[in-house]
Design a protein around this ligand. Sequence first.
Ligand code: PLP
Length: 354
Amino acid sequence: MKIHNFSAGPSILPQEVLKKASEAAIEYNGIGLSLLEISHRSKHFVDIMENARALALELLGLEGKGYKALFLQGGASTQFIMVALNLLEKRAGYLNTGTWSEKAIKEAKIYDDIYEVASSKDAGYNYIPKGYEIPENYDYFHCTSNNTIFGTQIKQFPNSPIPMVCDMSSDIFSRQLDFTKFDLIYAGAQKNMGPAGTTLVVVKEDILGKVSRKIPSIMDYQVQISKSSMFNTPPVFAVYTSMLTLEWLKNLGGIKAIEEVNEMKARVIYSEIDLNPLFKGYAVKEDRSYMNATFNLVNDDLKETFETMLKEAGISGLNGHRSVGGYRASMYNAMPLDSVKALVEVMSELETKA
Ligand code: PLP
């Protein structure tokens, strides 16, 4: 049976990417060796890394604009500390929109008494704060574009008077934005790009080298740039698979093309949530995420029936994050519209049954 994978991550990858990646794990490009067996200094892998870095910049529209792309390790969680290490001299401002922002703030607090420009904690992070001020004399402003756990997404980014840093782990490459607004973007691969194990960092070079502290080499963006993202042995398989996904996206028509599909998927799920009296959305409407739709059953007595029906329809990974409960439909780039339609069918069938 076909499984519709609504997992929040690690999540779904395009079938053709999985096929090519699995072939390369056995033998890469007819060279008689697995991709996993070749030196990362070989031309084969250097080409893969350079292609992945170039594709990331190309898809974001950032080629030739002073940005560098890096494929690092340690997940987005390591970026929480790397951002502060590399950019924080006196004070930074953070927008607190959920668990991942909280974690970023906690790490940056090792270096400074971080200022929260605004927070939606008061309402269980079900909305995106607006109308806040970003102090001009701070080192940088940090925000999280999509809140994977609570299902909210920033639709309008501020015009920041200071460098803007954004954790785009759960919606990178999913929608068109003016990416030149951002000075540093980071994203763990395992939602819209590839397997867990690598993290994309896109950084504008001219914001670096301004802090007075000594930065450990592996955590220093300037060192990573000077070593072409290969300061140490990179996660070759994760980078290769990410490159394949970026190629897949480019062939599809880039971010513009996938955005149309993502908008359609979001329309289908949210109209069911709004029209079906058995369900209630978690996030406020205007801030709803196109990647993670969070919702609850109005009457928990239907939980068992609903979950049995989901299982029978081959729908998996729909449980909400343990801190929120309810349900979360994660609809990353590789999820086909048909999977969302399959879920909506079960939801409306429940209404007929109840
Ligand atoms: N930031 C966001 C928005 C996330 O959704 C996640 C994980 O789901 C992380 C950061 C942490 O990523 P990692 O597990 O790669 O450290």
